[in-house]
Design a protein around this ligand. Structure first.
Ligand code: PHE
Length: 403
């Protein structure tokens, strides 16, 4: 309802036509799983922190500093504009992010803090935090997950310290942009920063998964880096994308008052990594308060190898729902309703059939909802009850007509 007040983390926001945050999302804000002692996400972040603290030193002191308490409520300017995301970029759509109102949102990535932290004078930092995206429902997607951001800047002196004649190389030029570099960077700048970035992240992955890890770099695109890459690791027979990164856009550094430096940035998803590292089969488990889950991480040192042993998987129930959709319908709206009503009982929602009536022209969607309790057997009656509530909510909130 427009004009109503919304309270998030002790601050009040006026709702408007952009507001799309749901109660089930709001109750995750402030949980800060990454700061709960011995939670797997906290253990994993500690391990990363220790890699950065121990590997990169200057006169015996760590170069990187670490931030775990930045509020997930950011302005759209921080989340998008500060990162040079174009005004018509799809990621700004309210179908993809959670908005408190047209000015404030739950951060969709920890990159939202890059500009401000650089502006505050930092040259090297890592940030961990909860991020929010409207997305599919399955074992590896959840509307809240956690990211780690890293940034490192170099002055010309630092970047070219190993060059035999440092006066012969420059950080900047007025050149042209190509596949390898930005217009303001020399090829040397772009190559050395890219190389430092790659060795830093390969080292991080080896510190986590062991020295023999196979990795590959894939070209990528982000509005705030160029060139950009994704790192994939080979794990249990498949290539898995682990992170995005690149040479920071000089325009971003200029806007942050760091125009005499150049640098790199990366962002990685913690859950995906933790699921592989600790053999955690389902992303919902990170939110479990069940001792069967959390106990397996208690009294462990962050550098210990931990393999989660599933508390036997309980059987699932699958129910289908079919309805006629109005023109304004989007699947993400339905997924949000399923989340709000079904909570963590829902393991997966799949669009299994789409149909357009040849005469009336009306469209129909059929979704299969898979229900499974993480800690006990769910009866078909219990699943039916939730399923009916979802049908009712979809009909009243989305204007769909159940078939
Ligand atoms: N923010 C990007 C994402 O969420 C990842 C990224 C961070 C890419 C920093 C480049 C540099 O996908």
């Amino acid at each position: 309802n427009f004009g109503e007040k919304l309270e998030v983390l002790g601050k009040t926001y006026q709702t408007d036509h952009f507001t799309n945050i749901t109660a089930s999302i709001l109750c995750k804000v402030g949980k800060n799983l990454h700061n709960i002692p011995n939670h797997p996400l906290q253990l994993l972040y500690q391990r990363m922190e220790s890699y950065f603290y121990k590997t990169f030193l200057k006169r015996g002191n760590p170069i990187f500093s670490s931030y775990n308490r930045l509020s997930p409520v950011v302005t759209t300017e921080q989340n998008f504009d500060s990162l040079l995301v174009p005004h018509d970029h799809i990621s700004r759509s309210p179908f993809d992010s959670y908005y408190l109102n047209s000015n404030y949102m739950l951060r969709a990535h920890t990159s939202a803090h890059q500009r401000d932290l650089v502006q505050s004078g930092l040259d090297a930092f890592i940030v961990v935090g909860d991020v929010y995206r409207r997305d599919a429902v399955d074992a590896t997607h959840y509307p809240v997950f956690h990211q780690v951001e890293g940034v490192r800047l170099f002055s010309d002196f630092e970047l070219f310290s190993q060059v035999s004649d440092p006066t012969s190389v420059k950080l900047f030029e007025n050149g042209v942009k190509d596949e390898w570099k930005q217009e303001k960077h020399t090829l040397e700048t772009s190559t050395l920063i890219g190389h430092n970035l790659k060795t830093t992240l390969e080292g991080l992955m080896r510190a986590l998964f062991g020295e023999d890890l196979k990795m590959q770099w894939v070209n990528a695109y982000f509005p705030f880096t160029h060139p950009s890459w994704e790192l994939e690791i080979f794990h249990q027979g498949e290539w898995i994308e682990m992170l995005g990164c690149g040479v920071m856009q000089q325009k971003l550094l200029d806007s942050a008052g760091a125009s005499s430096k150049a640098g790199w940035a990366f962002g990685l998803g913690l859950e995906r990594l933790a699921m592989k590292l600790y053999s955690i089969p389902d992303i919902r488990l990170f939110w479990s308060t069940d001792s069967g889950f959390l106990n397996q991480f208690q009294h462990k040192h962050f550098n210990e190898n931990i393999t989660y042993k599933a508390v036997s998987k309980y059987p699932q129930c699958a129910n289908d729902i079919s309805f006629w959709i109005p023109d304004s319908f989007t699947s993400n709206d339905f997924y949000d309703i399923v989340r709000s009503v079904g909570g963590d009982l829902v393991e997966q929602v799949k669009l299994i059939d789409e149909f357009k009536h040849p005469k009336t022209g009306r469209s129909s969607h059929c979704y299969r909802i898979v229900y499974r309790h993480m800690e006990k057997t769910l009866t078909q009656e219990e699943a039916n009850e939730v399923h009916q509530l979802i049908e009712a909510a979809a009909a009243s909130q989305l204007g769909v007509e159940i078939r």
